[in-house]
Design a protein around this ligand. Structure first.
Ligand SMILES: [Zn+2]
Length: 337
């Protein structure tokens, strides 16, 4: 059968070069429209056409006929690292003999019917269908299983730009959900999707919109404030004191940098020097370092007593940055401990 009408393939990365329609099957020769942007090895964008390979894959049935794609896969040579690579395809997994959408179709069909039925429908071997089904089922379970300890955080999409909300499994380290914003509504929407994931603990920053959404949806799930954020804020308070008194420690050349980051700790001698040059910075440094011991306390009662003492001392200090932080701690205390 000859025709000038291009079949509706529905895979926008390809154009059809040639179509052969037979009794029970359709053979489409296709190639990609766009060249790859970058070398898959080094990311360089100056590429030269190398050669072409033919790759045959199965796709979803079309008009009740079995659809075979003969892909003219272009190979490119990177002008930077000189490696040759086949163009990556967005509709076919690398190394696979089926398109993504056919694999998904097989998975859904197997759940609704049987493996042998799907095998007959597609004229593919029972073994192949079975292998695809189990591979997809395993992926799906892995995506959904959680350790129950789930963190909700904000991330800057680009430095200094928009913020998004991201939900991760703290123990397993994978991302569950992403939200477009970091407001209450966005938090509510993505936390709602965690409903059947065996939630046990929610870990988050001291951020009211997240907190409010979590309390509303899961009033019985404990909320824990991420240690990272708690410590980050005490570092920030210290930094403000340091900046305000920076002029005092000009004489201590190396020491200025030594103060900036842990795990570097000042030696006793250095601390003495600081104390002479700037008693304020030394005082703030002491408060900051002392705070880390919060996470060394072994019982809830000890930690609570520790935090109360620290808050008292920080309030008595002359630093407004620390005063501010004690207010935050008072508010969030029950979730930090
Ligand atoms: Zn390269």
């Amino acid at each position: 059968m000859k025709t000038n009408i291009s079949l509706p393939l529905g895979l926008p990365e390809f154009i059809i070069l040639k179509q052969t329609i037979q009794e029970t099957r359709i053979l489409l020769e296709v190639e990609t429209i766009e060249p790859p942007n970058r070398c898959i090895h080094c990311g360089f964008s100056n590429l030269k056409r190398h050669d072409k390979r033919l790759r045959r894959v199965r796709d979803m049935n079309l008009f009740h006929k079995h659809l075979h794609l003969l892909i003219h896969v272009k190979r490119w040579r990177c002008q930077n690292c000189k490696e040759v690579f086949s163009e990556p395809l967005s509709s076919v997994p690398s190394g696979s003999h089926q398109t993504y959408r056919l694999q998904e179709h097989i998975f859904e069909q197997c759940r609704d019917t049987t493996i042998s039925y799907v095998s007959r429908q597609l004229a593919m071997s029972y073994k192949t269908i079975e292998r695809i089904y189990y591979k997809m089922a395993k992926n799906e379970i892995q995506d959904k299983q959680t350790s129950g300890v789930v963190g909700i955080d904000e991330i800057a999409v680009r430095k200094g730009h928009r913020y998004e909300t991201v939900v991760t499994d703290i123990i397993k380290g994978n991302v569950h959900e992403m939200g477009a914003d970091r407001d209450y509504q966005s938090a509510l929407e993505i936390l709602e999707r965690l409903e059947d994931r065996g939630l046990k603990t929610l870990v988050m920053d001291m951020w009211w919109p997240f907190h409010k959404a979590a309390k509303q949806l899961y009033p019985d799930i404990p909320i824990v404030i991420d240690k990272y954020h708690v410590v980050q804020k005490v570092n920030h308070a210290f930094d403000q004191v340091r900046k305000a008194h920076n002029a005092q420690i000009k004489g201590l050349k190396k020491g200025r940098f030594a103060l900036l980051k842990r795990p570097f700790r000042l030696t006793e001698k250095q601390l003495e020097e600081y104390h002479e040059e700037s008693p304020e910075i030394a005082h703030a440094y002491y408060l900051k370092e002392w705070f880390y011991d919060l996470y060394e306390q072994s019982t809830y009662e000890e930690a609570e007593a520790f935090l109360n003492t620290w808050i008292e001392q920080a309030k008595m200090s002359p630093f407004s940055a620390f005063h501010e932080y004690t207010k935050t701690l008072d508010t969030w205390k029950i979730h930090i401990l």
